[in-house]
Write a protein that binds this ligand. Structure first.
Ligand code: HEM
Length: 126
C-alpha cells in the first residue's frame, strides 16, 4: 500500500476514536478527557492527513526511506501520547507516556521538514 494511504487510514482511525470520545463526552456531560479528544482529532487526524496529502502530491518523495520512519514515529507517538494525556487528566501512573509520545510526534514533524527541504532542492522549480 502506498505510504499516503497509510497516513490517510491511520488518520481516519484516530478521528473515529476521537469522535466516539466526543460523542461520549457530550452524552455524559463529562469533559474531563477533552484534551485527549482534541489530540486524537488534531494530531491524530489532521496532522496525519496533511502528511498523506503531501505524499499524495509528491509520489517520488514517498519512495524515500525517511517518510517511512516519519510514519512510524507519528503512529507510535499517537499510540503513546493518547493514553499519556488520558492519564494526565487524573494524575494517573502512566502520564509519563506523554513524554516519549510527544518526542516521537515532534520527531515525525522534524523528519517531515527534512523531507520537504530535500525535495525542494531536488525538484525543478515550477
Ligand atoms: C463526532 C464529532 C465530534 C464530537 C461529538 C465532538 C465533541 C466535542 C465535545 C463534547 C467537546 C468539549 C466541549 C467543552 O469542553 O465544552 C469538544 C471539544 C473539542 N473538539 Fe470536538 N467533537 C467532534 C469532532 C471534532 C473534530 C473533528 C475536531 C478537530 C479536527 C475536534 C476538535 C475539538 C477541540 C480542539 C476541542 C477543544 C478541546 C479543549 O478545550 O481542550 N472535535 N468536542
Amino acid at each position: 500500500m502506498a505510504l499516503h494511504y497509510k497516513f490517510f487510514l491511520a488518520g481516519i482511525i484516530f478521528v473515529l476514536l476521537g469522535m466516539i470520545l466526543g460523542m461520549w463526552m457530550g452524552m455524559n456531560e463529562n469533559f474531563l478527557y477533552k484534551d485527549v479528544h482534541a489530540h486524537l482529532n488534531l494530531l491524530g487526524f489532521v496532522t496525519n492527513f496533511v502528511y498523506g496529502l503531501y505524499y499524495r502530491g509528491d509520489r517520488e518523495a514517498e519512495k524515500m526511506p525517511l517518510p517511512k520512519v516519519q510514519f512510524w514515529c507519528s503512529i507510535l507517538g499517537m499510540i503513546l501520547i493518547t493514553p499519556g494525556i488520558w492519564e494526565a487528566q487524573t494524575q494517573g501512573a502512566l502520564a509519563w507516556l506523554t513524554i516519549p509520545g510527544s518526542l516521537l510526534s515532534f520527531l515525525a514533524m522534524i523528519l517531515f521538514l527534512v523531507v520537504v527541504i530535500q525535495r525542494s532542492r531536488s525538484t525543478v522549480a515550477a
